[in-house]
Design a binder for this molecule. Structure first.
Ligand code: BES
Ligand code: MN
Ligand code: MN
Length: 454
């Protein structure tokens, strides 16, 4: 491995941290329409930074937030790496729970606290700094193409069009994403599977306006009652999802995988403590890791109806709605699952109300083989960067682009993530561990060196 490159990462470390803080100060919240200007500013800032390493950059406008595209001058005979990341972040709310403001990155207890610190700006930044270090020492040893989008957290709606349109410029031997986690502190990981996602909104409409609950109650359909009764049917007593056909295509876990995961030594008691929970729950017959990584779910993510202000207001609400996420596992077809969900809800809805659905994204689960050459090289890079042997794990979360990179571009993705399970991504007080940041930059630097041998 190239010693001067690591030396450059070490020497630059203080500036790297200062730059990451600049990145984190830009509130690139993709979900908020009034933050579109901040997303654009973030893309421009990021492109300028990448350009300063010697790569070419281009800001590609979309129907939503722009995509940052970058690369070096390709050299024949070298492998090409497609790097993907996202510069958009989740909304920071609830604001009153942050110990320091979400867009004023703050160092505390060995972590850098800010929205997007781990998901995904900090991890993207590990790669930018690794590239900077290589570029200052003879140049990257691989051809690189970088795609950093601004709509991952809202479902990557415009990415598919971009991938199709730019497919000829995105040909690569392997894709690299750092948007996942280590297994635990001191145990780095390579992720070889992600769950898919179908996200639905269910809307039940009753009377044309809210009604006095005394005058009308008991004689008209109450959308809140109706919707909660429907939602209550979604699980059976064994915590299995009660939608006909839901499990039809699910691939069963192999004994090899179950044994391997059992050896990872996940501690339920510790998880309970970290989440301040008196107990864990889930589908009967599976361990916590199996439930998170390899079993499909159906969860209410948001639930709204009626009066939510202080004190009492006696009304029958005119409307009730719920947002529901279904995490999918290999072989489940998002379209089929969406249809099965809608059919189940329709068949359980009385004809006295109107039922509507909205879909916010559908992506399949992915699993990549762990015996390929690229993944071995990634393992070597993690070993070098972290000074520890990586474990192979799956994740419960979703990164829709991984499936698109496979189906549209025909490329497998390496998921080499530097986050920690307690980084509180999407939650108040998100952080990126400073040691993980440092080791992540080293790993990214090592990874480009290793992938030169692909
Ligand atoms: N980085 C996460 C995915 C992730 C989460 C990986 C946890 C590993 C552990 C990504 O930014 C994300 O939040 N994805 C969304 C996808 C959705 C918005 C389409 C998710 O999983 O909810
Ligand atoms: Mn992410
Ligand atoms: Mn996320």
């Amino acid at each position: 491995m190239s010693q001067p490159v690591f030396q450059a990462v070490e020497t630059n470390a203080p500036q790297s941290l200062a730059k990451l803080k600049e990145f984190l100060r830009i509130p690139s919240v993709s979900a908020k329409p009034d933050h579109a200007g901040e997303c654009k500013r973030c893309a421009e800032w990021l492109a300028a930074e990448i350009r300063s390493t010697g790569l070419w950059t281009k800001i590609v406008p979309t129907k939503g937030h722009p995509i940052v595209l970058a690369g070096n001058q390709p050299q024949a005979g070298r492998p090409t790496v497609l790097f993907y990341g996202h510069y958009d972040v989740q909304p920071p709310e609830p604001l009153d729970q942050w110990l320091s403001p979400p867009f004023e990155p703050t160092e505390r207890d060995g972590g850098l606290y800010a929205r997007g610190a781990a998901d995904d700006k900090g991890q993207v930044w590990c790669h930018v700094e690794a590239i900077r270090a290589w570029q200052a020492n003879g140049g990257l040893p691989v051809n690189i193409i970088m795609v950093i989008e601004g709509e991952e957290e809202i479902g990557s709606d415009n990415l598919e069009t971009f991938l199709r349109e730019y497919a000829s410029q995105l040909k690569a031997d392997v894709a690299v994403i750092s948007d996942t986690n280590q297994f635990a502190r001191g145990i780095p990981a390579i992720t070889y599977g992600l769950r898919g996602l179908v996200y639905m909104e269910v809307i039940v409409t009753g009377p044309s306006h809210d009604l006095h609950s005394g005058m009308f109650g008991g004689s008209v359909p109450n959308p809140a009652n109706v919707l909660s009764a429907m939602l209550a049917t979604l699980h059976d007593r064994d915590d299995r999802v009660n939608i006909p056909g839901f499990y039809d295509d699910v691939v069963a876990l192999t004994k090899v995988e179950r044994d391997a995961w059992a050896k990872l030594g996940f501690d339920d008691k510790q998880a309970m403590q970290e989440l301040s929970l008196p107990g864990l729950t889930g589908e009967i017959g599976f361990t916590t890791l199996e439930r998170r990584w390899a079993r499909p779910t159906c969860d209410i993510n948001g639930l709204t109806s009626g009066y939510q202000g202080p004190g009492a207001k006696t009304i029958i609400p005119a409307k009730a709605s719920a947002k529901v996420s279904m995490r999918l596992v290999p072989n489940q077809d998002p379209k089929k699952i969406q249809a099965a969900f809608e059919l189940a809800m329709k068949s359980r809805c009385p004809s006295t109300v109107t039922l509507e659905f909205r879909n916010f994204g559908a992506s399949p689960a992915i699993v990549v083989p762990i015996d390929g050459k690229a993944i071995k090289l990634a393992g070597a890079a993690v070993r070098t960067g972290f000074g520890a042997e990586p474990v192979f794990m799956r994740e419960g979360g979703s990164i829709p682009v991984v499936g698109q990179i496979k189906t549209i571009l025909g490329i497998d993705t390496l998921l080499v993530g530097f986050g920690l399970p307690d980084d509180r991504v999407h939650s108040p007080n998100e952080k990126f561990d400073l040691d993980a940041f440092h080791k992540g930059m080293r790993t990214a630097a090592a990874l480009y060196g290793e992938l030169a041998g692909l």
